[in-house]
Write a protein that binds this ligand. Structure first.
Ligand code: PEP
Ligand code: MG
Length: 879
């Protein structure tokens, strides 16, 4: 027998992997003596068993669950299924990482047609009893059986309307009785069976539903977005019910010990009197600020504040707590380290250091590297904002500025985004079905819901700007328009949102980029003091390079020279070069390009202020440059004194069936050494001139792409060396330069020792290395990778997150082989993975010298590199 069920009294905070975040938190709170309703956790291992055992809960686990229920009955002095005084429980999911999209909560489980009567008698409150039962039917039908909420909502809405009520709490016991029988009828009609009356059946069905929800499409897509492994599974918490819907001395709420938006110290939260948990989150009623509790129930408020302090000191981090007050008695239902915006994360980490709660090293580990992306998001241009027309204001749920066209449903938002539109998703309220639409949107605006509503929580997690709870707005999702501030805004119209002030503007307000200051700078400085990996950037223009330097880049790891050829005045020249028949013609065309290339390189060297710069020689298949329209072909024909037919024929001749594996990379320089000659001249002349002008000591690094053999590199290197020496002699310079290669085809990794004899440095081009190792086209794989995720073949996009098992082996092997031949070889990574935190951790372990990523990811990489090194050092200390 393997233990799969743990009473709250048996667990602690360290058992998160087994008990999930919620289970571990409940156990820890039990341990430190806070008021927690009794209960137990069914472990994440039971979830894994469930999937391994063909989606069944084993008899042994069921037995353990019933044993724990008996313990709970004894503790509560009530029997599960009793007709007079039934024990009622809540069932909630709780994975290691909190995960919207999974089944959340079922309350009041254990009620049936008979026990609800006993419950009404026992509590002396029939309205409360029937309200609890109708909620249970509604939640069970929705989350366990997958019935659409609309069936129930329309019955509730209908009764409210017929009776002239505004709020659910105005429904009387008689109204609720009638609603229950209509709910059950709709259940029977849609499910083809009666609503289950056996509490044990209800319990097992609810537990199964939690396990099932681990594998629903929303959870799977969330996991992919946040890199959460499928193998983790979820735990299930079963807990004795406490009731926030027992009248005016009862209530329920959510609160944080510091602001999750700004990080400011102080209790921040919301609660509702006479309500159950889902009322707060669903945003059906607009909650009161937590400070109002001080007026309503001062004793409870004081106890709450004291307990919150205990929890924050205990966890040494900002806590996100759920609580319920039952007839004046306070219970905690959850505590966890609260999700927060990046801005808040930085503020909290710095404050906790200043309050001597944590060390700078811990502060660095506390910030989710990817979340820094939020801080690099734009703000509104101050001047433009002055002229902006405010049409409304609501809750500033997730900061940042966003402007775009309005769409009213997630699919429309995704489609518009795919077409390159900037999108604002406007909804009455959001639900987990909207997650991908929210992800596609620049900003989200909702009519209902507080700061802890679904829209607010999810948007903050994603770093998407969000304004929520705009009660002044009427949204017609079906007819795709909303009305606010006397204006009707239709699908496709522009609006702008300020997620930090909650203001809603008409029109498309320009935005400006953020800069690194204050707490950000402080954390970055700490991070820089811990990391070993250098962080470079991939930049092809002086503007990108400058931006990257401002964000802390320490060099350029990849300058893709082909990007420099697409400007209107340059493209005809490169086309002429490509379509030339003779070396002389080609050289003539290339010579015209030298001044442009040299100018670009000088601009980049200057922007990098003497820091190292790696310039990668021409890489793509040449046909990418050829004209496709007749007009361009005609122009080229005139320019080259050819006929249109000639040009067309020469373009056709460049066609390749498999261009990614075709005539590209160093293969171009093998065929046309004059290309390498031209580029070398530009690189070397530019460096000599900038060193002289600025007093720098730049040693340019020339990188040869797509090498698969030492001899191939040697052929190109010979051209580079002879040209460089010639230029140096012409200029009387003793410039030092370096020649290295990219490792981006598997053969290069296999032959790394021999290639390292000629290459002074390696840069792992993991975009191509992934493409060629998997045999997946980097341009097309997106079309079918979805099927691979669904079939659980791969969990993540290998082009975004380095495949450490496969491609990673090639990197480790190549690095080890190269070091044998050239112990001081400089090695880095410049594929997209260079800005991905998990991949950066891998690069740190593999002993690379640097990572190179796009400018906006430089701060993420700096922080991730620090975290990777801290973890490595801690592991080394422990072992
Ligand atoms: C790579 O292949 O990883 C790389 C950086 O080069 P490119 O993306 O330009 O092919
Ligand atoms: Mg490449």
């Amino acid at each position: 027998m393997s233990k799969r069920v743990y009473l709250f009294t048996e667990g602690n905070a360290g058992m998160r992997n087994l008990l999930g975040g919620k289970g571990a938190g409940l156990a820890e709170m039990t341990k430190i003596g806070l008021p927690i309703p009794n209960g137990f956790t069914i472990s994440t291992e039971a979830c894994t068993d469930y999937y391994e055992e063909n989606k069944t809960i084993s008899e042994d686990t069921q037995r353990q669950i019933y044993e724990a229920m008996s313990w709970l009955e004894e503790r509560q002095g009530k029997k599960f299924g009793d007709t007079e005084d039934p024990l009622l429980v809540s069932v909630r999911s709780g994975a290691r990482a909190s995960m919207p999209g999974m089944m959340d909560t079922i309350l009041n489980l254990g009620l049936n047609d008979v026990s609800v009567e006993g419950f009404a008698r026992k509590t002396g409150n029939p309205r409360f009893a029937y309200d609890s039962y109708r909620r249970f039917i509604q939640m069970f039908s929705d989350v366990v059986m997958g019935m659409s909420k609309t069936f129930f909502d329309s019955i509730l809405d209908g009764t409210r309307r017929a009776k002239g009520y505004v709020y659910d709490y105005e429904l009387t016991a008689e109204d609720l009785k009638d609603i229950i029988s209509r709910f059950k009828a709709v259940y029977a009609e849609k499910m083809g069976q009666e609503f289950p009356q056996d509490p044990r059946e209800q319990l097992m069905a609810a537990i199964q539903a939690v396990f099932r929800s681990w594998d629903n499409p929303r959870a799977n897509s969330y996991r992919r977005m946040y890199d959460i492994p499928y193998s983790w599974g979820t735990a299930v918490n079963v807990q004795a019910m406490v009731f926030g819907n027992k009248g005016d001395t009862s209530g329920t709420g959510v609160a944080f010990t510091r602001s999750p938006s700004t990080g400011a110290k102080g209790i921040f939260g919301e609660y509702l009197i006479n309500a159950q948990g889902e009322d707060v989150v669903a945003g059906i009623r607009t909650p009161q600020p937590i400070t109002k509790l001080q007026e309503d129930m001062p004793e409870v408020y004081k106890q709450f504040i004291d307990s919150a302090k205990i929890l924050e000191n205990h966890y040494r981090d900002m806590q996100d707590m759920e609580f319920t007050i039952e007839e004046g008695k306070l219970y905690f239902l959850q505590t966890r380290n609260g999700k927060r915006t990046a801005q808040a994360a930085l503020q909290i980490a710095c404050d906790l250091v200043d309050e001597n709660m944590i060390t700078p090293e811990e502060a660095v580990l506390r910030i989710e590297a990817q979340s820094l992306d939020q801080l690099l998001h734009p703000n509104f241009d101050v001047q433009a904002l002055k002229n902006g027309r405010v049409i409304g204001q609501a809750l500033p749920a997730s900061p940042g500025a966003a402007a775009g066209r309005v769409y009213f449903d997630a699919d429309d938002a995704i489609a518009a985004r795919t077409e390159g539109q900037r999108v604002i998703l406007v909804r009455q309220e959001t639900s987990p079905e909207d997650i991908e639409g929210m992800h596609a949107a620049e900003g989200v605006l909702t009519m209902r819901g507080g700061m802890t509503s679904h829209a607010a929580v999810v948007a903050r997690g994603m770093g998407t700007c969000c304004v929520s709870g705009c009660g002044d707005m009427t949204v017609n999702e079906a007819e795709k328009y909303f009305e606010l501030g006397g204006v009707t805004v239709r699908e496709g119209d522009y609006i702008s949102l300020d997620g930090s002030t909650g203001k809603i503007y008409l029109g498309d307000i320009p935005t400006v980029e953020a800069s690194i200051t204050g707490n950000f700078e402080r954390i970055m400085k700490w991070a820089d003091s811990f990391r070993r990996l250098r962080v470079r950037t991939n930049a092809d223009t002086p503007a990108d390079a400058e931006n990257a330097v401002n964000l802390g880049a320490e060099g350029i790891g990849l300058c893709r020279t082909e990007h420099m050829f697409f400007a209107p005045e340059r493209i005809p020249k490169i086309r002429r070069m490509i379509l030339s028949d003779t070396t002389e013609e080609r050289e003539a065309a290339l010579n015209e390009l030298i001044p442009y290339q040299k100018g670009d390189f000088k601009g980049i060297y200057k922007a990098m202020q003497g820091m190292p710069v790696t310039i990668r020689f021409l890489d793509p298949p040449l046909h990418e440059f050829v004209p496709t329209t007749e007009e361009d072909m005609r122009e080229l024909a005139d320019d080259m004194n050819l006929t249109l037919a000639d040009v067309r024929a020469r373009c056709d001749a460049l066609h390749e069936f498999n261009p990614m594996m075709g005539h590209r990379g160093c293969r171009l320089s093998v065929t046309y050494p004059e290309i390498a000659r031209m580029q070398t001249r530009a690189v070397i002349e530019a460096a000599i001139e900038v060193n002289a002008e600025c007093g720098y000591h730049i040693e340019p690094e020339i990188m040869v792409p797509l090498v698969g053999d030492k001899k191939e590199l040697d052929v190109v290197k010979k051209v580079i060396d002879s040209t460089a020496e010639q230029v140096k002699a012409e200029k009387g310079s003793d410039l030092v330069y370096h020649v290295g290669t990219m490792i981006e085809i598997p053969r290069a990794a296999l032959m790394a020792d021999s290639i390292a004899e000629s290459a002074e440095f390696f840069s792992f081009g993991t975009n191509d290395l992934t493409q060629m190792t998997f045999g997946f086209s980097r341009d097309d794989a997106g079309k079918f990778l979805q099927d691979y995720y669904k079939s659980k073949i791969y969990e993540a996009d290998p082009f975004a997150h380095l495949d450490q098992n496969g491609v990673g082996q090639l990197i480790e092997m190549a690095a080890a082989k190269a070091k044998k031949v050239r112990p001081d070889i400089h090695m880095g990574i410049c594929g997209e993975h260079g800005g991905d935190p998990a991949s950066i951790e891998f690069c740190n372990r593999a002993g690379l010298s640097y990572v190179s990523c796009s400018p906006f990811r430089v701060p993420i990489a700096r922080l991730a590199a620090a975290q990777a090194e801290i973890k490595l050092r801690r592991e080394a200390k422990e072992s």
